[in-house]
Write a protein that binds this ligand. Structure first.
Ligand code: ARG
Length: 576
């Protein structure tokens, strides 16, 4: 059990002995969080203030009464009151020692509890989902990195997770692509770089579309595809296969895996019956030849654009596919939760399909997890110099190149192979960490120098902290051997032990509001805490129990950093 959970229990016991015991609200939540100022304690609770407000009594007097009945046992020192009625608590050294030993004896989970079976859910996570034959641009990177982190964290906590890459492999763009394939295809370019070649085709057709005849020809190709024309289907299939293999390379570089790739086309057969059933239920209505849902009983949605599920020409919409997808996920994966990691600009779409799912009585909890845009250093949307969207492959390649340059300056002795491996880890890790350390809703500035810096809240800084912990054991000439008991005397040791224990508090917070940055911040604080410990407390130059304890702290820091970064999808290296 985490320290806040234990403190909460003790506070509840104390409250039950106070004069207001009979008046305690049944739904009372006792909040215990880290102290804002470490001089006053490790943790803090505002329960006296919250309760005093509800019961209209004096908060400080209530706090005094609570701490009189508070029996800290070995857990913490006697509670203290601060300000208008905060209760401050400091964990005892013996409790921190026991905590550190427990963490050492749990090298896999490092103290992180697994959810009880009743709280473990079937969760489908829908992320990345680029569109075929359009470039996977740097915006998709946010979805990919955040979604991957959420799936790692949920799995670690004990949820049953299914990841699904709902690629855009069907839709109007294929009319243009097929027309372009038939008229502008450059076979050599296609072999060299399929995504780039398809993109070129797309651009050429887009330009040619100023001609009405070309636009009409594209439409004809699309209709033929939708009607199952063999030649067009074969071209489409080839485009999908080529794009998929290019995408797989990018995901391999990013170390991201999916359980499924059920793209939009997978749902084709389900769309006509779905629209029929929406009509039968009176949900969809004809409007100007199209089928739309108007949400007349929902004032908020009613005043926005209707949700179209079938176009006038009989074609189906993005929303139709997504409704079919929810039904499939509930049936096939018994999804109790479905999470969508998609850009904020698609909010209306998700509000609409979630409302439809509810009306259809689908028993699953749907969450839209939006994120902001990536901006260039000039504060505008991130673009190449020529104004194109920045391709993800280019970004990743550049990240690795830049990392290689920095590392070879710092340490020219690595072999070519080591160099390649380390710069991949640092380069990709930097791009990921720059994303994950931000509040996902803010627009963040893509700045190479910042993300690759060895100072500050960056991947190189964190990976370097890990490397420093490993260097200690290399110098020692052996791995950490385990330990029966530790003795924490210096403040820097206690602070580090407490930070290490807080790993178990930090990981679950990621899922409260889908915020990987809370884990990133925790790891950053841990690295800082480790560095100040390492400055104040010599490790290899100390002796006996002191040395053994310090080695234990170093080894646990090493493990927590590696595990924590791993949950962010970031790898570590032994040297850099
Ligand atoms: N392909 C879409 C895009 O790039 C994202 C799909 C998100 N997932 C979904 N189920 N709609 O904008």
């Amino acid at each position: 059990m985490t320290y806040p959970n234990q403190i909460e229990k003790l506070l509840r016991c104390a409250l039950e002995k106070t004069s207001i015991a009979a008046e305690l609200p049944a739904d009372l939540e006792i909040q215990v969080g880290p102290s804002t100022d470490a001089r006053f304690g490790d943790y803090q609770s505002n329960v006296a203030m919250v309760l005093a407000k509800r019961l209209k009594t004096n908060p400080r007097a209530l706090a005094t009464e609570i701490i009189e009945h508070f029996e800290p046992g070995d857990l913490c020192q006697p509670a203290e009151i601060a300000g208008p009625g905060f209760i401050n608590l400091r964990i005892t050294a013996s409790s921190l020692e026991a905590g550190l030993i427990a963490q050492i004896n749990d090298p896999e989970r490092l103290g992180l509890a697994t959810l009880p079976a009743s709280e473990s859910k079937n969760i489908v996570i829908d992320f990345s989902a680029p569109n075929i034959a359009k470039p996977m641009h740097v915006g998709h990177i946010r979805s990919t990195i955040i979604g991957d982190c959420l799936s790692r964290v949920s799995r670690e906590l004990g949820h049953q997770v299914t990841t699904d890459n709902h690629i855009g492999d069907w839709g109007t763009q294929f009319g243009m692509i097929i027309y372009g394939w038939k008229n502008f295809l450059d076979q050599d370019a296609l072999t060299a770089d399929p995504i780039e070649a398809l993109l070129e085709i797309y651009k050429k057709v887009n330009d040619a579309c100023s001609d009405d005849a070309v636009r009409e020809a594209c439409r004809t190709e699309l209709v033929k595809l939708q009607q199952g024309d063999a030649e067009n289907l074969a071209i489409w299939q080839q485009c999908v296969d080529l794009s998929r293999s290019s995408l797989e390379k990018i995901y391999a570089q990013l170390d991201v895996k999916f359980d499924h790739w059920l793209g939009e086309s997978f749902y084709n057969d389900r769309l006509a019956p779905l629209v029929q059933s929406l009509k039968d239920d009176g949900l969809a209505q004809e409007s100007d030849g199209a089928q739309c849902i108007f949400f007349l009983d929902d004032p908020d949605l009613a005043e926005r654009a209707p949700c179209m599920v079938q176009k006038r020409d009989g074609g189906f919409n993005y929303a139709t596919t997504d409704i079919a997808t929810i039904e499939y996920r509930v049936e096939e994966f018994s999804a109790e939760h479905i999470w969508y990691v998609v850009g904020a600009e698609q909010k209306l779409h998700f509000d609409q399909i979630f409302a439809v799912a509810k009306k259809r009585g689908l028993d699953t909890q749907l969450s839209f997890i939006p994120f902001g845009s990536i901006m260039g250093k000039d504060g505008k949307r991130f673009k190449t110099r020529s104004g194109d969207t920045v391709s993800l492959t280019d970004v990743l390649d550049e990240a690795v190149e830049r990392a290689a340059k920095i590392i070879s300056e710092k340490n020219p002795d690595f072999s070519a192979q080591e160099m390649a491996e380390i710069s991949r880890i640092i380069g990709i890790g930097s791009v990921k960490y720059a994303e994950l350390s931000q509040n996902r809703l803010t627009n963040y500035i893509f700045d190479w120098d910042n993300m690759l810096s060895f100072k500050g809240n960056t991947a190189p800084y964190l990976i370097n902290a890990y490397v420093r912990t490993r260097a200690i054991f290399r110098k020692l000439g052996s791995e950490f051997e385990g330990i029966q008991s530790v003795q924490l005397t210096e403040d820097a040791e206690k602070t580090l032990a407490l930070k290490l224990a807080q790993y178990a508090e930090a990981v679950p917070t990621v899922l409260t509001d889908f915020r990987p940055n809370l884990l990133a911040n925790y790891l950053y604080e841990l690295a800082n805490t480790f560095h100040s410990f390492y400055e104040h407390c010599p490790v290899l130059r100390s002796e006996g129990q002191v040395r053994a304890t310090r080695l234990a702290l170093c080894d646990t820091t090493s493990k927590v950093l590696k595990k924590g970064l791993g949950l962010l999808g970031i790898q570590t290296t032994e040297r850099m």
